[in-house]
Design a protein around this ligand. Structure first.
Ligand code: NDP
Length: 234
């Protein structure tokens, strides 16, 4: 069955891996991109998720090409790390605006069509850091923890309308976001992971694809860690 799928931040990293996987399964996949080149072979719409007008315009384009969005993956995210005493209010607010309010903007816009269709799948990409916190990431961890409250509220509000909303919480994954780590930082982090390595973007995409599938129809409000066992299920 081919569904209209939209993935935010789908031009690289985890978002692109999700896009490729769902496309290979036969879905009509659209991605948003902001900077850089749009990925080949996918419907790519330019969109900065901090701007509600751009979000609306992106959805209109996707609706015109692929029909109303049936599966939304809110994946776009940023970090702006600093220790608390050095973290400016701007650093805090901008990460929240992208990671949490950005997800709110796209979920709100997507559910309009899903309510009409009386079905839908929403998956929010959080982080293992949401559940355990991380030194230097108060803004990022707060934004990613906020996604859990957002997802569970949406799950309660819209469950009776056939819409599920779940969270995937990846551990450290091999993408541009983790490429800035020093060898020492990487070794320290890997030491805390029972599977003793980072995740591949494809491994995150596999969990997302399941939660987005028809088969996951009785799962909502769940937080699924894909973290090599680092959180032991939390
Ligand atoms: P990348 O940095 O490789 O990709 C992030 C994506 O988000 C890019 O496509 C980027 O677009 C997009 N994006 C950022 N800000 C905005 C914005 N304002 N509007 C629209 N798009 C935006 O990161 P990953 O693939 O690693 O991360 C994907 C998600 O997974 C993020 O939410 C991240 O927090 C989460 N995650 C990542 C982990 C990791 O170790 N990599 C671990 C846990 C969670 P652009 O190209 O324009 O910058």
């Amino acid at each position: 069955m081919s569904r209209s799928v939209l993935i935010t931040g789908g031009s690289r990293g985890i978002g692109l891996a999700i896009a490729r996987r769902l496309e290979a399964a036969g879905d009509r996949v659209a991605v948003t991109y902001r900077t850089g080149e749009p990925p080949e072979g996918l419907l790519a719409v330019e969109c900065d998720i901090t701007d509600a007008a751009q979000v609306d315009a992106a959805f209109r384009k996707v609706e015109a090409e692929h029909g109303p969005v049936e599966v939304l993956i809110a994946n776009a995210g940023v970090t702006r790390d600093a220790l608390l005493l050095r973290m400016s209010e701007g650093d805090f607010a901008s990460v929240l605006d992208t990671n949490l309010t950005g997800a709110f903007r796209v979920v709100k816009r997507a559910t309009r069509g899903m309510l009409r269709a009386k079905k839908g799948r929403v998956v929010l990409i959080s982080s293992a850091v949401a559940l355990r916190g991380e030194s230097g990431q108060a803004n990022y961890a707060a934004s990613k923890a906020g996604l859990v409250g957002l997802a569970r509220s949406v799950a309660r509000e819209l469950g009776s309308r056939g819409i599920t909303c779940n969270v995937v919480a990846p551990g450290l994954t091999e993408t541009a976001m983790s490429s800035g780590l020093s060898d020492e930082q990487r070794a320290n982090l890997v030491e805390q992971i029972p599977l003793a390595r980072l995740a591949s973007p494809e491994e995150i995409a596999a969990a997302v694809a399941f939660l987005a599938s028809e088969e996951a129809g009785y799962i909502t409000g769940a937080v699924v860690p894909v973290d090599g066992g680092a959180g032991m299920g939390h």
